[in-house]
Design a protein around this ligand. Sequence first.
Ligand code: ADP
Length: 387
Amino acid sequence: MSVKTVGVLGGGQLAWMMAAAAKELDISLIVQTAKENDPATSLAADVVVAGIGDVQAIAQLGKRCDMITFENEFVDLAALGKLAEQGVCFRPNLSVLAPWLDKYDQRCHLQSLGLPVPKFITLPDGKPQGEFPSPPVKALGLPVVMKARRHGYDGQGTTVIQTWQELEPTWSQWGYPAVLLEEFIPFERELAAIATRSVSGEFTLHPIVETQQENQVCRRVIAPADISSEAAAKIEAIARTLMENSQAVGTFGIEMFYTPSGEILVNEIAPRTHNSGHFSIDACTTSQFSQHLRAVCDLPLGNTQLKAPGAVMVNLLGYEHATSDYREKRQQLEQIPQANVYWYGKTQSRPGRKLGHVTVLLDETTEPARRQQALAISQKVESLWYE
Ligand code: ADP
């Protein structure tokens, strides 16, 4: 089947970058998104202005497209399931998406695949009755990490609890939703990888990266990660198990903790393109967005190798409530040698919101000089952006 038209649910920056890749592949991408000025609308072949929960609009979209893919996994699977029964093609398919929408289900699924995860338990919603924290909660130790099971992103709905006294008041402030509680991992570094599997079963992994989070939000990504070949082999095995076990189709982001003893623990799976793979647009032969479209359209997958010795990607996060396009700052960032500035065209800035990113190619070829170069460049970007 030669696929020409792909629908995507969601019109933020991920769909915007997917739309750019679609043009290069001669695929017509129709974006369904809530607002007519959302980022992806400027590049999409066509736009349906409707929320990603608007099932009637998705049914119509399905008629116009060879398949529908996702920018965002926060979809109503039951409602989409009815459309699938009527013949709408979703890629990844809905049963592949199902384990990833809830952080507790994720952990259970990863464990059932035999993949290493932090120790965890769930608390049902509602004010706790009886002894609290209960012995199984206390067994996780302190600090402990509390995560809303659903709809958390960019650290919203994730918090580190330092004392048992804090646990209930914090949970109460959230309104006692069902939460995942897990042991705090004193990681040495956080790592991420972008894995892709096509309809035909071809598998690729983009270069493994180091990610750096502040207040639970990704600030910068360094490619490639300075890790041993043993660690890289473990990560490739994790990625293959993940994609092949469920016959997943498309690109997935895998976030991991790398512990001082060299252990790799999976933190989170995003069943879609991911912030940790944005560097691939400039630094790899094939970007994660192009790879995702190739995978879902059953085109041959591209080469994922780096085209430069390395790259650093810095997120441009909002630091104030404002309406501004920050033109002057962007012009300054563009002056940095080998820098590529991506501006998502959002009209409103607010603290922590992802407004754009900058990728700078590195020329150092050996470690630790390459990582140091990445950190120095990210410091420069961040001082221009935040000061
Ligand atoms: P989100 O889905 O909002 O991105 P994550 O679960 O990925 O939330 O957590 C965001 C960040 O919080 C992680 O990248 C990491 O820095 C920190 N974090 C999350 N879980 C743990 C943990 N168990 N131990 C230590 N740090 C954690």
